[in-house]
Design a protein around this ligand. Structure first.
Ligand SMILES: CC(C)(COP(=O)(O)OP(=O)(O)OC[C@H]1O[C@@H](n2cnc3c(N)ncnc32)[C@H](O)[C@@H]1OP(=O)(O)O)[C@@H](O)C(=O)NCCC(=O)NCCS
Length: 207
């Protein structure tokens, strides 16, 4: 946590740890969010050729392939350190991680479609205490700044409010200006900043 860093940093640095990234945690009370503009915003997207729908409504083989294609691109697009290697999971493992993972609140899963192509997604994960946390949110770079993420997150928020989920938690890399702006707009209140430190261990050949 950021508030503990000042005390522990000298020791951590002496031990070879370096700061890797920072995450801003935040919490939203879905029932307190003003969702009055949602229907109009959704209509405007529809008029511009973008449908926003519950994943359940369009589930099927083709949708699952589209979801895989979209989500793997979005993962690679999330702000991350240049040296971090990333490997996409195989299709069947991805599919199970969404459709068969108990933590995934499948009814909270909304996607944006441009024709047959999924271009954006957002969903929640269950927490054991009855709260929820944000899963992934993302929009393909070809479709950004059209208000798609805003509408998807509003749909997720409306669902959470209807379910009586008291609090939704999230954390975002502190340099993810877009996601932080949308979350602020949707009532997420900032909490602790989590700092990730890294130490590269010497490889056996280097000793
Ligand atoms: C963050 C992300 C989901 C935003 O999707 P989007 O559909 O372009 O967002 P919207 O068009 O709904 O943006 C709504 C508002 O958020 C803010 N915003 C969005 N992107 C922004 C950016 N890059 N910088 C600053 N503000 C931004 C703006 O206020 C915007 O309203 P405006 O366009 O009227 O100014 C998208 O950039 C993305 O998929 N990024 C990669 C994946 C990712 O980082 N996901 C989050 C991981 S925690």
């Amino acid at each position: 946590m950021e508030r503990e860093l000042a005390g522990s940093l000298p020791l951590l640095q002496k031990r070879g740890f370096m700061e890797l990234e920072r995450y801003q945690t935040s919490r939203q009370k879905p029932a307190a969010v003003n969702l009055a503009p949602l229907d109009e915003l959704q209509k405007q997207l529809r008029e511009g050729g973008i449908e926003t729908v519950a994943l359940r409504e369009i589930d099927g083989e083709r949708t699952r392939l589209e979801l895989y294609r979209c989500n793997t691109v979005i993962w690679r697009d999330m702000p991350h350190e240049a040296h971090v290697e990333w490997q996409d999971p195989p299709f069947d493992i991805f599919t199970r991680s969404i459709f068969e993972r108990p933590a995934v609140l499948l009814d909270s899963f909304f996607v944006a479609r441009d024709g047959d192509h999924i271009v954006g997604l957002s969903y929640l994960l269950r927490r054991p205490d009855g709260d929820a946390e944000v899963g992934d949110t993302g929009v393909l770079s070809s479709h950004r700044r059209r208000g798609i993420a805003r509408v998807l997150k509003m749909l997720v928020t409306r669902w959470a409010a209807q379910q009586g989920i008291p609090v939704v938690h999230t954390d975002n890399r502190a340099d993810n200006a877009g996601m932080l702006a949308i979350n602020r707009e949707l009532g997420f209140q900032p909490g602790e900043v989590v700092i990730v430190l890294e130490k590269t261990m010497a490889s056996p050949t280097a000793i």
